[in-house]
Design a protein around this ligand. Structure first.
Ligand code: BG6
Ligand code: MG
Length: 213
């Protein structure tokens, strides 16, 4: 284990909730009831891919210009939520884990499909915490494509099989596996069963637990 690559939304902080609330509001306007179960498919994928999933749930088709407008509308609500965020919202257990990894000489990376990741990191005062950050503005394909994790490993100069990914999204666990990395799921085995280890909260992870993988 030379590096641990962390997802952001739903792993370090509960921004997954804000994505869900904003998508649910947009879906409702379109006459689609977005349930928490269906929302699992939206986690980790790009903004446009998320919108396309919602439109397919409702059997709806829109022009590209209309889809851009809808995605912008969702994003404006999401940005209102994250503008209010404070460092206290970082999940318990995050700093002890990051510090233990650092002390052991393990690199730490952040890899988020979100184009808002830089703003979230800034509001949480985490902008200088990671050895490398790869976000939605830096990749061509979002999760479940492995590009984001491979880019993070490349930036760190480590091989994919020396990395462990920490993810709350099914698409993220798949991306890790396709990158040739081990994955730890934060959530339920129902969605994240392909991961090497699934825990319900990041506070359950320790340096030793990750190393034992
Ligand atoms: C991921 C979230 O981190 O970022 C997804 O899990 C979200 O739910 C994606 O759709 C893209 O985020 P943004 O901020 O670019 O719309
Ligand atoms: Mg996530």
């Amino acid at each position: 284990m030379k590096a641990v690559i962390f997802d952001l939304d739903g792993v370090l902080v509960d921004t997954a909730k804000y994505h869900y609330l904003a998508w649910k509001k947009l879906a409702a306007e379109l006459g689609v009831n977005l349930t928490e179960k269906e929302n699992e498919r939206l986690k980790g994928v790009s903004r446009m891919d998320s919108l396309k999933i919602i439109l397919s749930l409702g059997g709806l088709t829109f022009s590209e210009a209309e889809m851009n407008r809808l995605a912008d509308r969702k994003n404006s609500w999401f940005v209102e939520y994250i503008d209010q965020m404070k460092p206290e919202e970082i999940f318990d257990g995050v700093f002890p884990l990051l510090n233990a990894l650092r002390e052991a000489g393990v690199s730490i990376a952040l890899a988020s499909s979100s184009k808002n990741a830089a703003a979230v990191l800034k509001n949480l005062l985490l902008e200088n915490t990671f050895d490398t950050v790869v976000d939605g503005t830096m990749i061509k394909e979002s999760k479940p494509d492995p590009e984001i994790f491979l880019k993070a490993a490349d930036n760190l100069g480590v091989a994919p099989n020396e990395c462990i990914v920490v993810e709350d999204a099914e698409a993220g666990v798949e991306a890790a596996r396709r990158a040739g990395m081990k994955a730890v799921g934060i959530g339920h085995t129902e969605q994240l069963g392909e991961a090497e280890l699934v825990v319900d909260h990041i506070s359950k992870l320790s340096y030793n637990r990750l190393k034992s993988l």
